[in-house]
Design a protein around this ligand. Structure first.
Ligand SMILES: Cc1cc2nc3c(=O)[nH]c(=O)nc-3n(C[C@H](O)[C@H](O)[C@H](O)COP(=O)(O)OP(=O)(O)OC[C@H]3O[C@@H](n4cnc5c(N)ncnc54)[C@H](O)[C@@H]3O)c2cc1C
Length: 1003
């Protein structure tokens, strides 16, 4: 064993000796909190319910509501405590007012264990007590999740007030150690950067800095005048780079360059923490003034893991606890070895991590007064006392705030304290031995890689029994938090810009075909700029394309489905290679923001790979039933020539989805992209040609829908029409395709996806932090031009005033502008016609409702419609019934949930819907009662992911089945069953094969 490990153990044992002299009230006292924690640690389901109940409680005001929620969360608990809980719930129901308030009081008590005071004045009691114990403080103002600039500005003001107050109240306080005091001002505040700016976007750290710096400068100036210390806390990974850059930017400014009383947090659970720390040290040396780093493990571990899994991103955090512990120790070493420039604060309750820092500091000859240990208010009291007794510098992190913003903090602490892997639980609840707690984390890291998404696939590959989405791994989204991805997007924009204005021919039977007329596709941000000129097909070209597709059908329909699947997969690979370029093109051609454009390309790749996978599942003739003496095989034949008519709003994804479904099932295809996105359509053609699609199998035919499109719809040789677009056109196609023409072989199949008038309901107990952000995104993301977008917001009367205030402020804070800039949320609408039509709707809204909000400052050039919100909207009014397809939101007030559901269901459409609530009973109602093809609970109502959220509606929203779902391909084929009597003179084989491949395609 090395000398350092021996010393760590010696120190650790000493700390434990001291710690054991005092009880840890969190785990030892028999109070309400302790009982709840004990139950949570034993029962995962109870823990989930408890944390959710705690989360909603602060927003409930009436005793009856509290008891109602209690009932919903706990009454059906299936565990050993049921009688106890049921009795409690029953008793609470008898006297709801008293029991509700009692519960609230008890849970507030839980929060008070971790929140040092309601306001700056209140917190002074705690700080004085700690001062008497030789413990310093850093005060953190609770108030994360600001949804608007108004809220961010309020937070900024409160920070200043806090500083003033602390400065005034601690004027005569001195350093507890009385040594190296110049490094450790008495007043120390911790600020959360995201609470100061509501529009932080990982793709655009420069914008964050431009907004945050002016807000922070007055705080920093005042802090410096008062002799205080300011620490930048670290939050989720998405904000990390901006926070680091902001820190470096501000403190390099001449005004702050020589100020040493500044600090920032490094999270050891992050894989790139070491690089960040080394960069900071280089920066610090170049700056020439000391600064501080608080080293922690990190408080958002579960969040980071979930978020990265959902988006298919590399997980930024270590997945094994000892890896974080080991990294903490490695970073401790780097910090202490650079003591000449950095003042270390070790933010941990873990005795091993603390003992390691102590032992290493000693080994390096660093006096214990030159660094500090920081611990959270309400936690690890005995550890703090032990450290003080050992003569170390201890600072307590004291959150200050009201109960409501405090709840998310409380839930984080509860999670931490009940975590199976946490030190405090291991030591104080599970009584793990000191030896085990002091072990070197390097010895505990398991060799088996864990945590990587593991897709269970049997030896034979995915089967019809596995959930379709489960065996499919989606393409990851581009994570714009990484500067290299921002750079690649910038380069792609610059490159694509040089190619604007090119000409694109039709592609028929593999030939490039030029016509007299062209369609100019323009940039909606800058309508003078032509993105490309596309040859316009007329009736003769349409005829040529149908003939080519018809001729190619015979061979393609008999091409093995495996060959067709591989074509799709090659196309996906090409899209992957050209991903940034394609996204950049979407920015120019249809005005998509970066992340929206990337999402579209990702979805297109997913369609290719998912449909290839699904085709492999249904491709082979499959035995229908085991029966002696007879065998029956069901299988699918392609329908013939497919016409794909696509919209411009998901210019690659929707076009590609319909096209690939048709191709992989053996149909030949004519694609008619929207005129507004015809260049992206040309790119899809190019990609499939590169992937090796045979001539005639896929034909690119942009042109006027009303002429050439209508001709094709009516054509006797077109067997299938896959359409996504407006209701008006969809219904016309539906009707027209229903007529049988002379010489027509098949009844035409129409797959029709149309619009929506989607509602989001905000229930009385909803978490407004989430509901507002998600609703704003659902309504105004891509300018409201998604068929899934929220255009009606129904708010329950009880929560209406607060919700509407936050909603309007949030809308006023949105970033509107040229989507070439990273981090823009609202860009231009697609073209002049849309612009005019949406403005007309806004005018009509002004006559029938109250214009509650309209952005004033949108760019004058380009088709920019100001984000607009109407209130007092009658559910029967025009703006509440017709699809607007623009950034216009109608807000409707509902008396109760019955009325809310009634309003939501009262349109002719049924595409998407959203419901925000924390009532399990109401959530169940929403699942059952909301009439929509895709119902989203407690999240935005846009952004369906292939395989995960099969997408599509009914009523007047569509007559197809779910795109990106298991049954989508079945619409592109005709089913066939072949039955053979295999009995000869009473004799039949015992077994029949599961699959037969003899009659795969039509001969
Ligand atoms: C004074 C102070 C200030 C803080 N400020 C911040 C801040 O600004 N930002 C911030 O994010 N956190 C902050 N924290 C919280 C801190 O990051 C830890 O969450 C917390 O202190 C627990 O770590 P520990 O060393 O005390 O306990 P331990 O029990 O040793 O460690 C628990 C931590 O290990 C990590 N972990 C748990 N499971 C795994 C796993 N399976 N794989 C890998 N890692 C795992 C997590 O980070 C978890 O919080 C602060 C903590 C303190 C004490």
């Amino acid at each position: 064993m090395g000398a350092l490990q021996t010393e760590i153990e010696r120190r650790g044992e000493r700390i434990f000796d001291l710690v054991d002299r005092y009880p840890e009230p969190l785990f030892s006292k028999a109070g309400f909190y302790q009982r709840m924690m004990a139950l949570s640690m034993r029962d995962e389901h109870f823990k989930v319910q408890l944390f959710r109940f705690v989360d909603v409680l602060a927003s409930l005001h009436r005793g009856t509501d509290i008891v109602q929620h209690l009932d919903e969360y706990f009454a059906d608990m299936r565990n050993g405590y049921t009688p106890l809980i049921r009795t409690g719930v029953h008793a609470a129901k008898i006297v709801p007012w008293i029991s509700g308030q009692l519960l609230r009081w008890n849970v507030s008590g839980m929060a008070r264990q971790f929140i040092a005071g309601r306001n700056p004045k209140d917190v002074m009691k705690t700080l004085r007590k700690r001062r008497a114990q030789g413990i310093g403080f850093t005060v953190d103002l609770l108030g994360e999740a600001v949804v608007s600039e108004q809220e961010a500005n309020e937070y900024t003001t409160r920070c200043l007030e806090l500083l003033e107050h602390l400065g005034r109240e601690t004027r005569d306080w001195t350093d507890p150690l009385g040594k190296n005091t110049e490094l450790f001002p008495v007043v120390n505040v911790s600020v959360k950067i995201s609470a100061l700016y509501s529009q932080m976007n990982p793709a655009d750290p420069a914008d964050a800095i431009a907004h945050l710096a002016p807000k922070l400068r007055p705080i920093l100036r005042r802090a410096r005048d008062l002799g205080a210390f300011v620490n930048f806390d670290m939050e989720s990974f998405a904000h990390k780079n901006a926070t680091l850059e902001l820190f470096r930017t501000l403190f390099t400014e001449s005004e702050f360059r020589d100020w040493p009383h500044i600090g920032i947090v490094i999270q050891a659970y992050l894989r790139d923490a070491e690089n960040d720390l080394l960069d900071l040290l280089d920066w610090g040396r170049a700056r020439g003034t000391r600064f501080a780093v608080r080293l922690v493990k990190g408080a958002y571990w579960d969040f980071e893991k979930i978020k990265s899994r959902q988006n298919g991103w590399a997980c930024p955090v270590f997945l094994q606890k000892p890896e974080s512990d080991l990294n903490f120790e490695m970073l401790t070493r780097i910090m202490l070895e650079n003591e000449s420039i950095v003042t270390s604060a070790f933010g941990s309750h873990n005795v091993r991590s603390i003992a390691h820092a102590q032992a290493l500091a000693d080994q390096l000859g660093i006096d214990r007064s030159r660094f500090e240990f920081q611990l959270l208010y309400g936690m690890a009291g005995p550890v703090k006392r032990a450290l003080v007794e050992m003569g170390y510098r201890v600072r307590e992190y004291c959150p200050v705030g009201e109960l409501l913003p405090g709840m998310s903090y409380l839930v984080r602490r509860l999670l931490e304290n009940t975590s199976n892997e946490g030190f405090l639980r291991a030591k104080f609840s599970d009584n793990v031995s000191e030896d085990a707690l002091l072990r070197n984390p390097a010895d505990l890291i398991s060799q088996s890689p864990n945590g990587a998404r593991h897709v269970e696939v049997s030896g034979d590959g995915p089967s019809l029994d596995s959930p379709p989405g489960e065996t499919y791994e989606n393409a990851p989204l581009v994570n714009f938090v990484y500067p290299e991805n921002q750079e690649r997007m910038r380069e792609a924009l610059a490159r694509v810009r040089t190619r604007l204005g090119r000409k694109y021919p039709l592609v028929i039977n593999g030939d490039r075909v030029w016509t007299d007329k062209t369609i100019a596709s323009i940039n909606p941000t800058s309508p003078d700029d032509v993105v490309g000129h596309v040859a316009e097909a007329g009736i003769p070209e349409a005829e040529r394309a149908v003939k080519a597709a018809r001729d190619a059908f015979e061979k393609w329909s008999r091409t093995s489905f495996e060959t067709r699947c591989r074509l799709l997969e090659r196309a996906a690979d090409i899209m992957h290679r050209r991903r940034f370029e394609l996204s950049a093109l979407e920015v120019f051609e249809v005005g998509k923001a970066w992340a929206e454009a990337d999402g579209d390309i990702r979805e297109a790749m997913d369609f290719c790979r998912f449909y290839a996978q699904q085709m492999r599942l249904i491709g082979r003739p499959r035995l229908t039933q085991h029966v002696l003496g007879e065998e029956s095989y069901q299988h699918y034949w392609p329908r013939g020539v497919a016409l794909v008519i696509a919209p411009w709003n998901f210019p690659m994804a929707i076009l590609c989805g319909m096209t690939t479904a048709a191709l992989v099932t053996g149909n030949t295809v004519i694609i008619k992209p929207a005129e507004q996105s015809a260049v992206i359509g040309a790119m899809l053609m190019e990609i499939f040609e590169e992937a090796g699609v045979p001539p005639g199998v896929l034909n690119y035919l942009p042109g006027k829908g009303s002429v050439m499109g209508a001709h094709l719809v009516d054509h006797k040789d077109v067997d299938l029409i896959a359409f996504t677009g407006s209701r008006e056109v969809g219904l016309r196609i539906w009707e027209s395709a229903g007529k049988t023409r002379e010489g027509q072989r098949e009844l035409k199949r129409v797959i029709c996806e149309m619009g929506g008038k989607n509602a989001v309901i905000i229930d009385a107990d909803a978490d407004l932090d989430e509901a507002i952000v998600d609703t704003i995104y659902s309504a105004f993301g891509y300018q409201g031009q998604k068929c899934s977008a929220c255009s009606r917001l129904i708010i329950l009367e009880e929560i209406y005033p607060r919700a509407i205030e936050r909603l309007l402020n949030a809308a006023a804070s949105l970033r509107v502008g040229n989507p070439e800039e990273p981090g823009i949320t609202v860009g231009p609408v697609i073209d002049g016609a849309a612009y005019k039509r949406i403005l007309e709707y806004i005018d009509s809204g002004k006559n029938e409702s109250r214009l509650a909000f309209q952005r004033g400052d949108v760019p004058q050039k380009g088709f920019f419609i100001p984000p607009t919100i109407f209130t007092n909207v009658s559910p029967k009014s025009r703006i509440a019934c017709e699809e607007i397809f623009g950034p216009v939101l109608s807000v409707i007030r509902a008396r109760d949930l019955d009325e809310a559901f009634e309003i939501a269901n009262s349109t002719e459409f049924a595409l998407t819907a959203g419901f925000f609530s924390r009532s399990p009973a109401n959530i169940e109602r929403a699942k059952a009662e909301i009439v929509a093809g895709n119902v989203y609970i407690n999240r935005s109502c846009t952004g369906a992911v292939v395989g995960r959220h099969p997408f599509g509606g009914f009523k007047m929203s569509g007559g197809g089945t779910k795109a990106g779902g298991a049954d989508y391909l079945l619409q592109f084929v005709v089913p066939r069953v072949v039955t053979e009597n295999i009995t000869r003179h009473g004799f039949a084989p015992e077994t029949t094969p599961q699959y037969r491949d003899e009659f795969l395609g039509p001969r």
